[in-house]
Design a protein around this ligand. Sequence first.
Ligand code: ATP
Length: 225
Amino acid sequence: MPRSEAGPLGVFGGTFDPIHLGHLRLAEEARERLDLEYVAFIPAGQPPHRDAPHSTAADRLEMVRRATASNPSFIVDDGEVFAAGKSYTVLTLERLRASIGPERPLVLILGADAFQGLPTWHRWREILQLTHLAVGNRPGHALPDGIPRGMASAELDALCNNHRDNDPTSVHQSPAGRIVPFDMTPLAISASQVRALILAGQSARYLLPEPVLQYIGQHHLYQPI
Ligand code: ATP
């Protein structure tokens, strides 16, 4: 992990089963809008909130490596993939905070759907002490004014009201604690859709990077047995 004190470090976790262009645009647009120095992609080992992934952690990690290789601002962190136990974001953030020190801004990048699930996360109330949150408005998951839809939790609502900052570059002013919504290019791509297409023998081309598609073909991932 780069130790430079220079700029905010973006953190982007996901199952990445497989990584697709929706993920990559979310990371790239967050990097540009918030002026992040790097974005660290962190594939989950055992995601706590969902069924076991369809491909192995090693395959998902390799696909993330291939998808991000050409972008010098993107780095890959394998700390969750090989950790024992479930991939809790708060533990990863504690590890990163210990590595970069208390001053450097940390920015967790999320799609609006993932943000709405925040109150189900392990030790979720501690997350904003460790990081800022950058919430990208994913198609179908946010209102036009950027307020996430269907907030079941009054506490999440209150958190938003208290921590929201509409200036994306405000993350440079403190190490953690702000919720920054930003509009991203709507790309209604999901990993489930990609897997379903491949399983049905249909084309998933142009939904994910070509090197990832090649890897899927070479390793017979997501295909009927
Ligand atoms: P699945 O279809 O298997 O549920 P997914 O495509 O939603 O997977 P995840 O790995 O679960 O991918 O998502 C990781 C992160 O990427 C989450 O924060 C999610 O909100 C975000 N994300 C995924 N797809 C998009 C997209 N098309 N546009 C914006 N954000 C996205």
